[in-house]
Design a protein. Structure first.
Length: 697
């Protein structure tokens, strides 16, 4: 049976009633013996004897003489310790302080080490922080003088660890159970839970309390206080969790099974109006993205009683009438005010505090008590293989429409490496900092219109000196395949881009993101595929400069990427491919189309026919068009005769469009390669499209 975090057995409680003297009691000159009784009261009302302690667990040592009485005591405790710590924010103080009380610790004083009993906490040395979790040995020496003269000494070794396998002895268990109210009968009702329940019962954004006690500011401080506790005792900070991902599993994340319900991640994707990039669906006040909330109250009123509570109660069991309970059924459920007992409380509120920081970056004047801002970072997506080799140097070299960092699949990737990566303990981890592997651009499949497809991507944090990326999202947009595009005029947002989110991406790491479920609409007859445009958005990064044309934008912005590739199936004959030519300039201009054929295709003498529609044929004639490496094919189009070919002189007015059809003739299944088509204007490269001829698998 899985042990419960919240209900300890009677046998454990009873064990605290008996003394547990040191196994190596010291014999004393003149008769008698001396031992040390060690116990803890962190998880029980009465101290329970122990010889193994957790960092963060309250330890009580008591002298246990036999055959004599003691006149004086002297304790020596190996390694770092503290007598106590103060996690209290001051929420219950009357009057409430103008700002949260600071975190503090109290050292053991000389007088503490000369008493019959000493209470304290073991603190890790510099070499004993996670992931070095022990067990470690700490020696305790007690020297005493007898009332009748003489002395006695005993040294006892104790074990100290950071237990990450027992569900009842995790950091949250000790933090939320220490410092119990004097009147409680629940050994697991510590000050932290008491303060959280008080906030919900009494404070709850009441204007009679100081501004720092508002929902987002107060909970952000509440989470950071736990991080300070964790740092004190050698635990890593809590990593935020995005609720659109599965619950992580394992002792560090699990809770009493009776307090959890089945969690469905797909029911808890963040509403797009809370994201940076936004979406097509509006909140009740008309907001489409996070920056649209004019005041912090607007955002809080929408978020707190809606998505915030939804996620809480989609994790924890709901038992009517128990929301403020300090013990009994429902105590510790994520759906109750005692939710800090559940490990996911801290991870969920870590994500909420991230959203708060995002909001405050857009409206600093609306956040009188903001959470600390994060340093500038440079998350990025690659434009091509050379861009990867150059580690994202700006400007990136062409070709810019072949990004390897986004790909389409017709079915979801279900591998553990993608869905629920496994940590060193064999537990599934989906909270911040996790690195996923959902494949690569080599797995790309052409989207199928009218049915659900799934987009995946790669997000990188490998730029020199870039710090941890706390939060990044990638907005995804699609357009009919075209060699000339401008954002935002030519693009439509993919509604589910909120799944392209990553949290706490560490320096030097790369991770997969997704999936985004999307249903590509039917393509018109004069086109056959969509291109994809990605915008990496983070309040730690400088917003991209856009509007000059996609190719220029992508080349000069590390946080933009573009994929305009059609995979052409192997076989004797392929259906024709189509794309749009568009003048994205502000003046009437002569455009050119350059065709570059892979050597394997050129050597195989594969027929490649290019046909211009009526609009482009007229533009070719009006502009005095010229051909290089092409000749008329006798069917109203042109046949490419060289590995490099150009159609020059397409005279077009601003925003004018025309369509091109490319038909690839019979070839052997083993013949493969790319046909790269580039649109040129007097300014340079406007964009392009690549036809990738696949080999038969």
């Amino acid at each position: 049976m899985t042990p419960s975090r919240y209900f300890l057995s009677a046998a454990i409680l009873a064990s605290g009633l008996a003394a547990a003297p040191s196994a190596n009691a010291g014999a004393c000159a003149g008769g008698g013996s001396l031992a040390v009784t060690a116990s803890s009261d962190s998880l029980t009302l009465l101290p329970v004897a122990a010889t193994t302690f957790n960092f963060g667990e309250h330890v009580i040592l008591t002298a246990a003489p036999s055959g004599f009485s003691i006149a004086s005591y002297s304790w020596t405790i190996d390694g770092p310790t503290i007598k106590d710590y103060n996690e209290d924010l001051g929420t219950k103080n009357m009057p409430t302080p103008a700002a949260a009380l600071p975190w503090s610790t109290t050292p053991l004083a000389p007088a503490d080490l000369t008493a019959a009993s000493v209470g304290f906490y073991f603190v890790p040395s510099a070499a004993q922080f996670e992931p070095s979790n022990g067990p470690f040995t700490r020696n305790i020496t007690l020297d005493v003088t007898k009332s009748g003269g003489g002395s006695c000494s005993v040294t006892t070794p104790y074990t100290v660890e950071r237990n990450e396998t027992d569900i009842t002895r995790q950091a949250e268990d000790f933090y939320t159970s220490n410092h119990r109210p004097a009147t409680t009968t629940n050994p697991l009702f510590g000050h932290v839970v008491d303060e959280h329940i008080f906030w919900h019962q009494t404070v709850h954004d009441s204007p009679s309390f100081p501004i720092w006690t508002r929902f987002l500011a107060w909970h952000g401080e509440f989470v950071r206080r736990f991080d300070l506790w964790r740092q004190e005792f050698g635990y890593k900070k809590v990593l935020p969790w995005y609720p659109g991902r599965p619950l992580p599993t394992g002792p560090q994340f699990d809770a009493d099974a009776g307090l959890r319900i089945a969690y469905v991640a797909d029911d808890n994707h963040i509403p797009t109006y809370y994201t940076i990039s936004g979406g097509t669906i509006a909140d009740g006040g008309g907001q489409h993205k996070l920056a649209d909330y004019a005041s912090l109250d607007d955002f809080t009123n929408s978020f707190e009683g809606g998505f915030h509570g939804q996620v809480h109660c989609n994790i924890g069991v709901f038992i009517p009438g128990t929301f403020f309970s300090t013990s009994g059924p429902g105590y510790g459920s994520m759906c109750n005010a005692s939710s800090p007992k559940d490990t996911m409380f801290w991870r969920w509120h870590g994500f909420i505090d991230t959203l708060y920081r995002n909001y405050c970056s857009f409206h600093p004047a609306s956040c009188p008590v903001p959470s600390p801002a994060d340093p500038s970072a440079d998350p990025w997506m690659a434009d091509n293989a050379t861009d990867i080799a150059d580690n994202g140097a700006v400007p990136s070299p062409g070709t810019h429409w072949i990004s390897p960092d986004v790909w389409n699949r017709r079915t979801q990737v279900t591998t553990d490496a993608c869905v629920q990566p496994v940590d060193a303990y064999g537990d599934h981890v989906t909270s911040g900092g996790v690195v996923r592997d959902c494949g690569s651009a080599a797995d790309h499949e052409n989207p199928v219109s009218g049915v659900t497809n799934y987009l995946y991507g790669t997000l990188r944090n490998t730029r020199p000196e870039s710090p941890r990326v706390v939060y990044a999202e990638v907005g995804v947009y699609y357009a009919l395949a075209s060699s000339g595009l401008t954002y935002p005029a030519d693009f439509t947002m993919v509604p589910e881009q909120r799944q392209f989110i990553t949290l706490f991406l560490e320096p030097g790491t790369t991770t997969s993101i997704g999936p985004i479920a999307w249903v590509p609409p039917p393509v018109p007859p004069a086109n056959d595929h969509y291109c994809l445009y990605m915008r990496v958005l983070s309040v730690q990064a400088t917003p991209p400069v856009e509007g000059l044309g996609i190719d220029t934008d992508v080349a000069n912005n590390n946080d933009l990427a573009w994929r305009n590739i059609k995979v052409v199936a192997p076989g004797d004959m392929s259906p024709p491919s189509f794309f749009i030519v568009r003048n994205i300039g502000k003046e009437r201009e002569r455009l050119s189309l350059r065709f570059e054929v892979a050597p394997a295709l050129a050597d195989a003498r594969t027929d490649i026919h290019v046909t211009l529609d009526k609009a482009l044929t007229g533009a070719f004639r009006t502009g005095g068009g010229k051909l290089d490496g092409l000749k008329p094919d006798g069917k109203g189009g042109f046949l490419i005769t060289s590995a490099k070919a150009t159609i020059d002189g397409l005279l077009m007015v601003p925003r004018e469009v025309g369509h091109v059809k490319v038909l690839i003739g019979p070839r052997k299944p083993s013949v493969w390669g790319d046909i790269t088509i580039t649109q040129m204007s007097p300014k340079g490269v406007d964009g392009g499209v690549t036809l990738h001829l696949a080999t038969k698998k």
